[in-house]
Design a protein around this ligand. Sequence first.
Ligand SMILES: [Zn+2]
Length: 108
Amino acid sequence: MPIVKKREIEVMAQLSGEELQKYLVRLPAPKEKLDDLFDFLEMTLEEKPCDHTNRFTMQFLMQNGLSFPKVSGWLSQNGGYCDCKIVEEIATEWWKIFDNPESDPQEI
Ligand SMILES: [Zn+2]
């Protein structure tokens, strides 16, 4: 097995304060938009199965006027090759960094 470089989202999950800010300014879209994207994907995939493309992501990016190449490039670099992987690999790490206002606290 080759040594896998840590994904940016995993690195971010271990940072805080100024160190985290450095990553935030380099995100491919504003943080609030990415919050909305992950919420949207989680909700959508509860109703519709993933067809292992990133069609829902594409739909969201188009509706929100975001750059598809930039955002999807960043997502796939972080292991999010399709909508369900984006939720599994990225949204779960994302919510470790930022509280999900939609979810109830599970443990203290
Ligand atoms: Zn999938």
